[in-house]
Write a protein that binds this ligand. Sequence first.
Ligand code: DAT
Ligand code: MG
Length: 139
Amino acid sequence: MSTEKTLILVKPDGVSRQLIGEVIARVENKGYVITALRMMQADRALLERHYEEHKGKPFFEPLVEFMMSGPIVAMVAEGNRVIEGFRSLAGVTDPTVAAPGTIRGDLARDQGTKVVQNIVHGSDSPESAAREIEIFFGK
Ligand code: DAT
Ligand code: MG
């Protein structure tokens, strides 16, 4: 059976709030396997590539600046339907309305900033997962 991979990021707000372990625990407790992990300071070039679908949107520059504001943790998680499964664990983009029980619903809220700060990123399709994993971990 073919297993699927997704890219997960703990964003600077998650790292500064010491939620790396909390995010990893939720991924592992769900039964997914973390197969790669690195802490890093992302630069502009990497983030503009990662978020290229959002280029031109009003929150693009604030998003890149926020993602450069401190270290992040990148990881690859594996398992059947992990892309969909992690998006479900993360909750919807806006933490104010993300369901309680999700990472964003339990751990984040509106901070009144130009960009939504919501603790984690998760790939949204097999194509973006492959593209994003290559950006953060190479081929
Ligand atoms: P997601 O991270 O849920 O896949 P996305 O890919 O649409 O959401 O956007 C990337 C990030 O940009 C998101 O996690 C938070 C921020 N963001 C998205 N939409 C926004 C908006 N309308 N205003 C401010 N920030 C936004
Ligand atoms: Mg997205």
